[in-house]
Design a protein around this ligand. Structure first.
Ligand code: UDX
Length: 451
């Protein structure tokens, strides 16, 4: 099949490479010449494991190409995927200007399709509020009388394992009104569903649009819930790992995606929660559980800074207790296996420490260039994560890169002034840390070691 993918951001690039991998003929479109030049050389503008290889392989074989103009591919296309950004507006809603601009451009270009061609399936893949399929339909219909149908096909991929998520989906959600659109979409996704034995879920477009927001909101809610339980564990002498296993063994709850952390971030959860809250307010159905999730996460993003302050006595009346201290910070990305620092808690942590007069030496395996571009030399950058510890008062862990979990702790301890760690990802076992002489602060397990 012939596929147009419009927008070469995270979702668009992965979808373009993924459909090419399934044997479809794909043309990726972006208006940014510099980006297209880079991608044509096989260099992905984002860090995502495996993406560069797919881009290079399929451009070389001719199944994948990139262009600045949708008119280059509209005549043959069976489906056109809209994958442009939907950033957050000031009022929290999703800004649809890019989606609607693409819809307009598709409408204009429809004249290039042969008369009598099968209806073009236009796919909303960007995360968009309920009602967007109708608005995209109106924007295209205002410019053409050629046949088309707009369907909603939300994307559930996670950064860091995006290729695998795309090629082996748990489910594919399609909001469409006709069997023709379903048949085209099924043809595109069948190779993936056969590999993953994932579910094919056809529904109406508004339900598909809401499914995406509801999925992210439910996941965010789980994380905020376990984070709050972790906080409570610290107060009552319980261990969140036991509680997590205890509740997660109920198949209605499950153990996945239930790890306490230093507050969720990223390009999706914070933005999508705000957009869904706005949809709720506009429709006279406020989503109170989600309002609480946002509030809980705002607090959680301070959790490591609060532990540091309490350890050094800032809260006991000595506001200058951090002045002149140096902290090594491992992990800047909002989670492991990505260079993405959007809404990353590390940035708030850095702000808190700097505002109290501390110095920070940071390390991340992929995200340091992004942090440098954002905050420059307000912090020092260490190319080697052990070197970040040299002469520091304590070590802080904000991202769960697996290399940190397998560090030589003796060596890290030798390089620090004292063996003090604030671990926002529970990478180590409190008992072992205590035995090795560390003062180890983690989430929901114990407040301080050695015991
Ligand atoms: C998310 C959704 O998972 C994905 O389906 C959707 O398409 C886009 O948004 P992503 O933003 O890539 O994906 O990250 P995800 O892996 O979901 O993690 C989000 C945040 O939650 C991260 O900050 C992560 O560290 C945090 N998290 C996740 C936890 O704190 N604990 C967990 O158990 C899982």
């Amino acid at each position: 099949m012939h596929v147009l993918v419009i927008g070469t951001g995270y979702v668009g690039l992965v979808a373009a490479a993924g459909f090419a991998e399934a044997g479809h003929k794909v043309l990726g479109i972006d208006t940014d010449q510099a980006k297209i030049d880079k991608i044509r050389k096989g260099i992905s503008p984002i860090y995502e494991p495996g993406l560069d290889d797919l881009l290079a392989k399929h451009q070389a074989s001719g199944t994948l190409a990139f262009s600045l103009d949708i008119r280059d591919g509209i005549a043959q296309a069976d489906a056109a995927f809209i994958c442009v950004g939907t950033p957050q507006s000031e009022d929290g809603s999703a800004d649809l200007q890019y989606v609607l601009a693409v819809a307009g451009a598709i409408g204009e270009a429809m004249a290039l399709r042969p008369a009598g061609a099968a209806p073009l399936v236009v796919v909303d893949k960007s995360t968009v509020p309920v009602g967007t399929a109708a608005r995209v339909t109106a924007a295209i219909a205002a410019r053409t009388d050629r046949a088309f149908e707009v369907v909603s096909n939300p994307e559930f991929l996670r950064e860091g394992c995006a290729i695998d998520d795309f090629l082996r989906p748990d489910r594919v959600v399609i909001g469409c009104r006709t069997d023709h659109a379903e048949k085209i979409m099924r043809g595109l996704y069948d190779p993936f569903l056969q590999a993953s034995k994932g579910q094919w879920l056809r529904m109406d477009p508004p339900s598909a649009e809401l499914t995406k927001y509801a999925a992210n909101a439910m996941l965010a809610l789980r994380i905020s819930f376990i984070n709050e339980i972790a906080g409570l564990c610290e107060r009552v002498g319980a261990n969140v790992e036991y509680v997590k296993n205890g509740i997660g063994s109920d198949h209605r709850i499950g153990k996945y995606f239930l790890n306490p952390g230093p507050g969720f971030g990223g390009s999706c959860f914070p933005k999508d929660l705000q957009a869904l809250l706005k949809v709720g307010r506009e429709n006279g159905r406020p989503l109170r559980a989600l309002e609480a999730t946002v509030e809980a996460n705002r607090h959680q993003k301070q959790v490591l800074a609060l532990k540091v302050k309490s350890h050094y006595g800032c809260e006991a009346g000595d506001p200058a207790a951090l002045a002149g201290r140096r902290f090594a910070l491992w992990g800047l990305a909002f989670k492991a296996h990505t260079d993405d620092i959007r809404e990353a808690m590390s940035l708030e942590l850095i702000d808190s420490l700097l505002s109290l007069g501390a110095e920070v030496v940071v390390h991340d395996f992929e995200a340091m260039p992004n942090v440098r571009a954002k905050i420059g030399d307000r912090v020092a950058y260490a190319e080697d994560f052990l070197a970040a510890c040299d002469g520091a008062d304590a070590l802080l862990v904000a991202t769960e890169w697996p290399q940190y979990a397998s560090v030589d702790l003796e060596e890290a301890g030798r390089r620090l002034k004292e063996k003090v760690m604030f671990d926002g990802r529970n990478l180590f076992r409190p008992e072992a840390m205590g035995r090795a002489g560390w003062t180890y602060h983690s989430l929901g397990r114990s407040t301080a070691f050695p015991v």
